[in-house]
Design a protein around this ligand. Structure first.
Ligand SMILES: C[S@@+](CC[C@H](N)C(=O)[O-])C[C@H]1O[C@@H](n2cnc3c(N)ncnc32)[C@H](O)[C@@H]1O
Length: 389
């Protein structure tokens, strides 16, 4: 495909996303309808789509539109201007590229600041939180997210697995901030096909999550409950460093569908329990709560989250987070720990949720908390360790 044809494809995918599809299914659907496209074309089209979604406010403004007005065509036009790519090399390159610009589209617009990539109501919350650091944070959140691997030190060492991966065409380097974290430099799309991945030597896991999992106090024995287990990423990180008895639960058991395979690869032993069953269990030494949240820390990977969130969805999440925290109290042993985690940048879901919990449950103490973001780690992430008195 020509460069212009790839942009035309990105326009079509963006229009499908604006009509309500999520990015990955929209890209796959386009791929199925375009068997002629090679793997490099698909990668380029996906990059264009994600570049637009991460810079959506500025791309719309550079095409003379508001975010709700902007079509796929307008967003690609704005992206080209944002990236200083010659518009005439793309628009008007028929038959496969987008048609030539109209006189209205050809009008130039001033480049807006990076704050316009975030809806106003969210910007107000983030400004209150990050003050003068906000622009730097948003700039970091508008770039492509790096890919990190967690080395399963029960099975291998970072040095060995770096060499194994290199043989399979995946070039990864150790991150200076955490010995077991590798940053993938090239070949990220090949990871799941490598023997190292298939043998459970590595898992894909963001650096911030890995740093949090390395910092939290995890006992070597005793009983740990991963109450919002989902695909089991946090449990796998615990199993790599602890022999404690692991129990997994999720309100939606289907979300644990991948756990069995991942556990087998990594050598993790665990059991699952429904919520009602947990009342008949001995209480847990650690209850890990990787709660449902706004995902505002993962905007680089899932850029639509920023525009789909509303004050109402945030309020509903906050109330669910409080309910989950309250439920955990009944499951935690005396002197036991509740470890609360989110992938959110918002104080409302992090420190405020913890302080409200402590006010409701004065029998708990806050032992430790920390937040991560692209300026000191990778994705936005938060954890707090609460101990029962
Ligand atoms: C952030 S995700 C967990 C990701 C997972 N821990 C991992 O590392 O792969 C949050 C999970 O909480 C689950 N969840 C939502 N509401 C819940 C509730 N009231 N009780 C327990 N789990 C809940 C969701 O189904 C989702 O899988």
């Amino acid at each position: 495909m020509t460069p212009a044809a790839r942009y035309q494809a990105a326009i079509e995918v963006l229009d499908a996303i604006l009509a309500g599809q999520t990015p990955e299914p929209a890209l796959r659907a386009w791929g199925r309808s375009a068997r002629f496209a090679g793997s490099k074309d698909r990668v380029a089209i996906s990059d264009h789509v994600y570049d637009v979604l991460r810079n959506r406010g500025r791309a719309a403004a550079l095409a003379g539109c508001t975010v709700p007005q902007a079509t796929g065509r307008a967003l690609i036009l704005g992206l080209l201007r944002l990236q200083n790519v010659a518009v005439e090399d793309v628009f008007g390159q028929m038959p496969y590229g987008p048609s030539a610009l109209s006189a209205d589209e050809a009008k130039e617009h001033p480049t807006p600041d990076i704050l316009s990539d975030t809806p106003d109501w969210l910007l107000a919350l983030l400004k209150a939180e990050f003050g003068p650091d906000l622009e730097g944070l948003l700039a970091a959140m508008s770039t492509r997210a790096p890919v990190y691997l967690r080395v399963n030190t029960r099975k291998t060492t970072p040095e060995h697995v770096i060499a194994d991966l290199a043989q399979a065409g995946v070039h990864a380097i150790a991150d200076p901030r955490l010995a077991t974290a590798l940053e993938v430099q090239t070949g990220a799309r090949k990871i799941t096909a490598t023997a190292a991945y298939q043998a459970g030597l590595v898992e894909v896991q963001d650096l911030s999550v890995q740093m949090a999992m390395a910092e939290i106090p995890v006992p070597q024995t005793g009983r740990i409950l991963d109450y919002c287990a989902g695909a089991g990423g946090k449990s796998l990180a615990i199993a790599a460093r602890s022999d404690a008895d692991l129990t997994l639960h999720d309100k939606f058991p289907k979300r644990m569908g991948d756990v069995a395979l991942r556990a087998e690869r990594a050598g993790m032993v665990y059991q699952t329990r429904e919520d009602a069953q947990l009342d008949h269990e001995v209480q847990f030494d650690v209850v890990l709560l990787d709660v449902p949240c706004s995902g505002s820390g993962t905007w680089r990977r899932d850029p639509m989250v920023r525009w789909r969130m509303t004050p109402e969805t945030l309020a509903a999440l906050q109330s669910e987070q409080a309910q989950i925290l309250d439920r955990a109290v009944t499951l935690t042993a005396p002197r036991g720990l509740i470890i609360y985690m989110t992938c959110s940048l918002l104080r409302a879901e992090n420190e405020d949720a913890v302080h409200a919990f402590l006010a409701r449950h004065p029998q708990f103490d806050l032992l430790q908390s920390r937040r991560f973001d692209p300026r000191n780690a990778s994705d936005g992430f938060f954890f707090a360790v609460l101990q029962a008195k």
